[in-house]
Write a protein that binds this ligand. Structure first.
Ligand SMILES: CCCCCCCCCCCCCC(=O)SCCNC(=O)CCNC(=O)[C@H](O)C(C)(C)COP(=O)(O)OP(=O)(O)OC[C@H]1O[C@@H](n2cnc3c(N)ncnc32)[C@H](O)[C@@H]1OP(=O)(O)O
Length: 180
């Protein structure tokens, strides 16, 4: 089924912001995190940027492949905010096409391609030197819709309590990607 953008999804061009302060992908409270910044696109699509820091190295001077997979995962996960669906990554298939040097900004673009029941299919691409630059990484993903109980049942009580007692309603909702 064709994905349907939620009527309350942020307008095209609007920043999505971090969904959770301590998220390794986007949280401002993670000193070595990716600090990935995503913006809503048209339809169920978005763009994001991530600048590779020295803490993200695998080989000398090059981004670690797992960090690049995290950037793709985070970008793809952010699409669920446009659907207002709570979902987690079930499958992430990554192609590494070009090495990504430290200091490079990776320009990512992602879209939901289909929704089938609880399954959300999406894909992303990351380019060097700008949104139209050469492709460095690509991913295809399957996210699976879950209930909020997924996080409450499996997460550590300290973090769950802290996130749930945040006085900011939107931040509280977004920590669990719930429709506020
Ligand atoms: C503390 C706050 C955190 C907040 C986070 C907010 C959002 C995060 C934001 C972004 C952060 C980044 C995001 C992150 O990092 S999310 C973190 C990384 N992901 C996880 O931790 C998920 C761990 N996995 C699970 O919990 C379960 O396995 C899930 C929930 C995924 C499915 O178990 P569940 O028992 O519920 O469902 P089911 O098994 O009946 O499957 C349902 C359907 O799906 C199909 N299927 C399933 N898996 C696969 C697969 N691998 N390939 C192909 N297909 C697969 C399956 O065949 C079935 O299809 P069908 O038979 O119906 O046709």
């Amino acid at each position: 089924m064709k994905p349907v953008r939620h009527p309350d999804a942020p307008a095209p061009g609007d920043p999505l912001g971090a969904h959770y302060e301590h998220c390794f992908g986007c949280g401002p409270g993670q000193p070595h995190g990716l600090h990935l910044e995503a913006r809503a696109g048209e339809g169920v699509a978005l763009t994001a940027e991530f600048t590779v820091q020295p803490a993200h190295q695998g080989a000398p001077g090059l981004a670690h492949g797992g960090v690049l997979a995290t950037a793709l995962d985070e970008t793809l996960g952010s699409l669920n905010w446009l659907l207002r669906t709570v979902a987690v990554t079930g499958r992430l298939e990554t192609d590494y096409v070009r090495p990504v040097p430290v200091g490079t900004t990776l320009h990512l673009a992602a879209e939901v391609t289909a929704v089938a029941g609880r399954k959300i299919y999406s894909r992303a691409v990351g380019r060097l030197d700008g949104p139209d630059g050469p492709v460095a990484v690509r991913a295809d993903a399957l996210f699976v819709e879950v209930k909020v109980d997924h996080f409450i049942d499996h997460g550590r009580p300290e973090e769950i309590q802290a996130a749930m007692s945040d006085p900011d309603q939107v931040r509280r909702a977004r920590a669990f990607e719930v429709n506020p």
